[in-house]
Design a protein around this ligand. Sequence first.
Ligand SMILES: *Cc1c(COP(=O)(O)O)cnc(C)c1O
Length: 425
Amino acid sequence: MVSKDLPFTKEKILEIMKKYPTPFHIYDEKAIMENARKMKAAFGKVPGFKEFFAIKALPNPFILKLLKKEGFGMDCSSLPELILAEKVGLIGEDIMFSSNDTPFEEFIRAREIGAYINLDDISHVDYLEKYAGLPKVICFRYNPGPLKGGNILIGKPEEAKYGLTRDQLFEGYRILRDRGIMRFGMHTMVASNELDSDYFIETARILFELIVEISKELDITFEFVNLGGGIGIPYLPNQDPVSFETIAGGVNESYASIITAKGLPPLKVFLECGRVITGPYGYLISQVRHIKHTYKDYVGMDSCMANLMRPGIYGAYHHITVLGKEKEDAIHKYDVTGSLCENNDKFAVDRLLPEIKIGDILVIHDTGAHGHSMGFNYNGKLRSAELLLRGDGSVVQIRRPEIIDDYFATLDFEALKDFNVDVGL
Ligand SMILES: *Cc1c(COP(=O)(O)O)cnc(C)c1O
């Protein structure tokens, strides 16, 4: 059976469950820190390199504090995310504000804390100026649209809502220059969960070339390029992780042959990854509540799509380990389901696993990014706790589970008492 390693034993999980009942997400501090350091080391030679962790992947201040210690900035796209970054002491140019369809209150806050502001549309220049005033440095998000043949960019950027067209970029930077802006950045991100390192090297090359062109035509100087996030992780046990060294090496080559060769002033290279930073180091721990045999065999968990919605919404694969049965043959085919009244509430469909019994503990892998954070309350389901497995083996609860009072917090039952159902009808 193909397997994935775990940073804990069944005994350890049983011990944790005495204090923190399932379901919960547990994150591996040691592995997150080692990975962050690996990235920093690999990109060490890339000019001005900085990673801005995409908060939406794992918006927990304990995790953000760990990443801050490694020198990471934060990529935010909403007011609560900006506030979360502030709570761990990150403001100013440690913040990349990469939002879209942005309300003015958020631009105002981003301006106040001095974040890098990454504009998603040319019309946002006037909007930003009107409500928040123009900052000293501005970045535009580029959408390459239908690319020329031979380009290896995947997906269909022209179908994506993000960013400015090529023509709008020239126009946008010209407008900013004419309004006295002197510091510029350029950003793009058109793929998600991409495992091919060439993709990111190609993205860098496209942006470097565009920066050369625009710098010349408008006589402006770029300060940074932001290659976005989207580096993938091996969700499948037979996939290989992306090599940071390969990406960094390729970016450096392009940098030398384009930016340095054309005599441009130094340009800082930024990333805003989420998934590849924390994704593989989180696990959803859940216990089997029911087993059901009808037209298929079902394993009913004590968790559901509200705890991890990627399989339900994208059909995404998340590897599953049955704790204590790692050595048994995976010869039973199951649908592993949650308890939502939604038929796509399944963590796995037709998955081969060892024979499962009620009470078995399942580990659902790779929930460290876009896992808990995508949760919701549909069907009255409550989001679980988040735990941190510390480097010394101790466990800290870094977010308590939701309780029913949280679910009711937005309802006014006092007003309900006075609510007259007979009015006007
Ligand atoms: C979601 C997002 C990211 C992070 O994506 P990952 O796949 O987690 O790396 C970065 N930047 C922007 C603008 C995003 O929307």
